[in-house]
Design a protein around this ligand. Structure first.
Ligand code: URA
Length: 273
């Protein structure tokens, strides 16, 4: 006699997905965002989810949905981002510029623009990769589980959000917390570079490998680059920069907390100079 498949309650299936980071439904098939598209607009069109049971693409009308503003092609988006960022003379203007910018498709799926938290006058600035679900809900960087660990890490060297400024390379949450594509990072880079320039910290801490490779243009991975001092040119002056293990990584690999502690001590020493 054939055994019947055990059936899961739909709520259990959703809980399983949410616990594994899949908390937003966008398409039935995963788009390959690493493939080099001709333009972002073309990619989103060709990868758009097909309604279940829909006729073949050739027979379907191709009208774009109403109120849909196609994102600019990457080169145009990077150029626009550079101009908008350069025109911002203050951090408030930069935040407004980001909020008006439509060149990054991540903005369409995010709830909030996550600009910064902490004290923009601080001597030290931490830059992570991109907001997660909690950050997207609150509109603030590093407020979820890894943010709580980051607070404890900086607390251990006498810092908190009144004495540190915190931002991300990407200000919009990638759907399902996926890794931002190189194009998305390139589009957002002029904004974070301008943010560092306007905040003008003495020390820049890249939180996690992607932040270090993007801002410091490092080719090696975080296990090789963490704890080493680099020079970061803000455009006005050269400041000290260091890469730190991402707290999300330390939550998964607590054995590396010892190395992170060494790096935090190096940061404390640099701040006391
Ligand atoms: N991870 C990041 O890199 N940034 C956040 O704001 C939260 C998690």
């Amino acid at each position: 006699m054939a055994m019947s498949e055990p059936r899961l309650h739909p709520a259990e299936v959703l809980r399983f997905y949410a616990e594994n980071g899949v908390d937003i439904a966008l398409a039935e098939t995963a788009p390959n965002r690493l493939a080099e598209p001709a333009t972002v607009a073309e990619t989103s069109r060709s990868e758009a989810p097909k309604p279940f049971g829909a006729p073949p693409a050739a027979t379907r009308p191709q009208a774009p949905p109403r109120n849909f503003t196609p994102p600019a092609a990457p080169e145009a988006a990077i150029r626009d981002a550079g101009q908008l960022a350069a025109n911002a003379k203050t951090l408030d203007e930069l935040r407004a510029a980001l909020e008006s910018f439509e060149g990054c498709s991540l903005k369409a799926t995010a709830m909030r623009t996550v600009f910064a938290d902490g004290n923009p006058e601080a001597r030290i600035m931490f830059v992570g990769e991109a907001p997660g679900a909690e950050e997207d809900r609150e509109g603030l960087p590093f407020v979820g589980r890894s943010g709580k660990l980051l607070d404890r890490m900086i607390g251990a060297i006498g810092l908190d959000r009144t004495s540190a400024y915190i931002a991300n390379i990407i200000p919009w949450r990638p759907p399902g917390n996926r890794t931002p594509t190189p194009q998305e990072s390139a589009i957002c880079l002029p904004f974070i570079r301008r943010q560092v320039k306007l905040a003008d910290p003495d020390i820049l801490v890249c939180v996690g490998g992607p932040s270090a490779t993007t801002l410091l243009e490092l080719k090696e991975g975080i296990t090789r680059t963490r704890g080493r001092w680099f020079e970061y040119d803000t455009g006005t002056r050269k400041i000290k920069a260091i890469a730190l293990f991402h707290p999300a990584y330390l939550l998964r690999s607590p054995a590396h907390k010892r190395l992170a502690w060494q790096d935090l001590l190096a940061i404390r020493k640099a701040l006391s100079n």
